[in-house]
Design a protein around this ligand. Structure first.
Ligand code: RB5
Length: 146
């Protein structure tokens, strides 16, 4: 299951992405926001991060206006590797090399169809491990230092 969430800046893209996932058979759960009313992106990041960390969701997708604020917030959670992607190559690398467990998108900067391709690419990719695992481990070592 994919946990999906956004603030108001990402709400429209979230709704389109949900429709896309319904059409392509991707199981998801929407953690809000549920309208275009203004909300704070750190509050929207939290439930999706917690769902990924507690195993309720395999991966998460978070969307705000640029994808920047919600990715910064998500990356404050110990164990979250959130990757803001605006191209397909980065989406592939985000999983293969960085083992990103959350994909972030900018609802006001990335077109709908491109966002679908980015999400599909990331969802279809697997972590390559090996030397990349050692590097990801070093990220977790930084978390332990805090
Ligand atoms: C909200 O206006 C906007 O600041 C937010 O969606 C996001 O772009 C922040 O990084």
């Amino acid at each position: 299951m994919i946990a999906i969430g956004s603030d108001h800046g990402g709400y429209e893209l979230k709704e389109h992405l949900k429709k896309h996932f319904e059409e392509t058979g991707v199981e998801f759960k929407d953690y809000g926001t549920f309208s275009e009313a203004s909300v704070d992106y750190p509050d929207c990041a939290e439930p999706v991060c917690r769902a990924v960390l507690n195993g309720e969701a395999e991966r998460g997708i978070l969307i705000c206006g640029t994808g920047i604020g919600i990715s910064i917030a998500a990356n404050k959670f110990d164990g979250i590797r959130a990757a803001l992607c605006s191209d397909v190559y980065s989406a592939l690398m985000a999983k293969q090399h960085n083992n990103a467990n959350i994909l972030c998108l900018g609802g006001r900067v990335t077109g709908r169809e491109l966002a679908f391709m980015i999400a599909d690419t990331w969802l279809g990719a697997e972590f390559l491990g090996g030397r990349h695992a050692a590097r990801v481990e070093k990220i977790h070592n930084i978390e332990k230092m805090q």
